[in-house]
Design a protein around this ligand. Structure first.
Ligand code: FAD
Length: 554
């Protein structure tokens, strides 16, 4: 038999396979590394299902103008392969969506991942079979497969939120959500454009749409504290030096609080005189990036008075950039402390409102009443558009998991279990949902970290568990109810020791009507969280119960 023929047969057998060690949902940063780790490094069989037509996850879907990472490119990537780290060259301080997609496509090719990914396929059901001790997974294409492990790499920000305004589907012009952007792009030239939302996405898109559109109307519900990105090329000498010390950099990221090279100023904002404080804040403002958010005074997240001093300083910086005092005031956040919502990075965002083709409408003053065939109507005016852009974010964290009918023991649905808010052990496993893992799930550092660092930690921890189970001849792992209760309580206690839960944010589910108000990401820090996971593994997987074929042995 020829080698080609053998290869064809192997490929056909793979195509027909219906039973795997693991089924992974999602082919973004998480799913790709999970597949590589389980299949290439540990020799398990795995299949990935991905709704998109290619890899990339967030960066496959979010192609709106200005879509970029807010993490610096040298840390917005994988660290697991030293050669990959050395070879890949980013063109700018913050990589754009095309470049990140290119990077993830390169990773998929380099590690031969595509052959085990089924694209354009959505997982709709996943059910744990208690007798067979495996998961049965069903897709929208009608495939049914089984797997010992069900791994959700569905992303924290992949279920888009499109508010149900009355008449939403009556608009006759072009209408796009930023997280489902057409691959061919949108030509705004000479068009009347409306954009709903002023979060991190809109703040990236607005300056660029404003340059093209004939007229742009921005509908703002919440003014945000945008801080300068200061994008640009990175000095090749800096890149060379970073590559030379990558191991040390990644060690620091793994031990850090947020997965960034940012460290708190170890004193109170109120210990400094106004002049000293001004110097500290100005240097972070000038440096651009998340420094002003994540490397600020240590009490910024805890002490309202300390935070007030910082918030006021940022408000002044915003106001001085906007010419019209009324618009400046509308753009100035006064309803939440700085840093308690996701802080957007911006490039010329505030200056966009100095253009005479840009108009700001505060929908708290005049709410949107309905979408009409020609545009939208607020309480006091009617607007006409050629293009309407929804920059209205996501049903974050629980949304992508709750969209799947995930059934654990006794047929219980995960979304029912989570009706009052998500509960988990480590944001990674859920009691009564054996052999299921949620990468960057609610209850883990996830969206309050530089995510590739958190993703790698979760993938490596899951691989370690699965590999240890193989060695021990164990078939089933799940957290005890007690460990889930304790972790959930601990996660809430940590969050509520800060100012963050006081703000109406998507971290709290506040952007989705009816969603329980529970702080979802874990705020205990990336480094301490990693240490906790390592201790749990070293301590014979404390908090988990195992079962082998013969029965349970907790
Ligand atoms: C605009 C934007 C900017 C961001 N900027 C940053 C940043 O600066 N720094 C940072 O750390 N993070 C940032 N993030 C967060 C970003 O999501 C993560 O960094 C990272 O890309 C997450 O990777 P992931 O693989 O976990 O999830 P995703 O990239 O979201 O991939 C999940 C994939 O799962 C697929 N999927 C979901 N459900 C199903 C299903 N039922 N069936 C089949 N497929 C399914 C989706 O189609 C998606 O492709 C940003 C997010 C957005 C939206």
């Amino acid at each position: 038999m020829s080698i080609t023929r053998q290869g064809d047969q192997a490929a056909e057998a793979e195509e027909r396979a219906t039973d795997f060690d693991a089924v992974i949902v999602g082919a973004g940063f998480s799913g790709l590394y999970m597949l590589h780790s389980l299949r290439n490094e540990l020799g398990f069989s795995a299949r990935v299902y991905e709704a998109g037509t290619d890899v990339g996850g967030t960066w496959y879907w979010n192609r709106y103008p200005g879509a970029k990472s807010d993490s610096d490119s040298y840390i917005y990537c994988y660290s697991f392969d030293k050669q990959l780290r050395q070879e890949w060259e980013w063109s700018e301080r913050y990589p754009g969506h095309e470049e990140i997609r290119g990077y993830l496509e390169h990773v998929a090719d380099r590690f031969d991942l595509r052959r085990d990914i089924r694209f354009s396929t959505q997982v709709v059901d996943a059910t744990f079979d208690e007798d067979a001790k495996h998961w049965t997974i069903r897709t929208n294409k009608g495939d049914t497969v089984s797997a010992r492990f069900f791994i959700a790499a569905v992303g924290s920000l992949s279920a888009l939120n499109k508010p149900a305004f009355p008449g939403r589907d009556t608009f006759e012009g072009d209408s796009h959500h930023t997280a489902h952007w057409p691959h061919e792009g949108v030509d705004f030239t000479g068009k009347r454009v409306g954009i709903i939302g002023t979060g991190a996405t809109a703040i990236q898109a607005i300056p660029l749409i404003a340059e093209r559109a004939d007229h742009l109307t921005v509908f703002q519900r919440t003014a945000n504290y945008g801080i300068p990105a200061r994008n640009g090329p990175v000095d090749p000498e800096v890149t060379k030096a970073r590559k030379a010390e990558y191991d040390a950099i990644w060690d620091r990221l793994r031990q850090s609080y947020f997965g960034f090279e940012h460290y708190f100023i170890e004193r109170s904002a109120l210990d400094d005189s106004p002049e000293e404080r001004e110097r500290e804040l100005q240097s972070r403002w000038d440096g651009g990036g998340f420094g002003l958010w994540l490397a600020n005074y240590q009490d910024m997240f805890f002490d309202k008075e300390a935070n007030d001093a910082i918030s006021e300083w940022v408000r002044e910086r915003i106001q001085e950039r906007v010419d019209d005092p009324e618009t400046a005031e509308k753009l100035t956040p006064r309803d939440h402390p700085f840093g308690t919502k996701r802080v957007p990075l911006e490039s010329n965002y505030y200056e966009a409102f100095n253009r005479n083709n840009v108009e700001l409408v505060d929908v708290r003053e005049t709410p949107i009443e309905e979408i009409t065939p020609t545009g939208l109507r607020t309480e006091d005016a009617e607007y006409e558009f050629d293009v309407l852009v929804y920059a209205t974010g996501f049903d974050a964290m629980t949304g992508p998991l709750n969209k799947i009918n995930i059934r654990g023991r006794g047929g219980q649905l995960l979304r029912d279990k989570w009706a009052e808010g998500p509960r988990s052990y480590l944001g990674l496993t859920v009691a009564d949902f054996p052999n299921m893992f949620t990468i960057t799930g609610p209850g883990s550092p996830s969206v309050l970290s530089n995510m590739p660092v958190s993703i790698e930690q979760h993938v490596e921890f899951i691989s370690r568990i699965i590999s240890d189970m193989r060695e021990r001849g164990v078939e089933v792992i799940e957290p005890t109810q007690k460990s889930e209760d304790e972790w959930t309580a601990h996660s809430q206690e940590v969050a509520h020791s800060t100012l963050l839960p006081q703000s109406a944010t998507w971290y709290m589910g506040a952007n989705i009507p009816g969603k329980p108000r529970v702080f979802m990401p874990y705020l205990g820090g990336v480094g301490p969280y990693r240490q906790k996971c390592d201790e749990i593994a070293a301590n014979d997987y404390e908090g988990f119960a195992f079962a082998s074929r013969k029965g349970a042995n907790a």
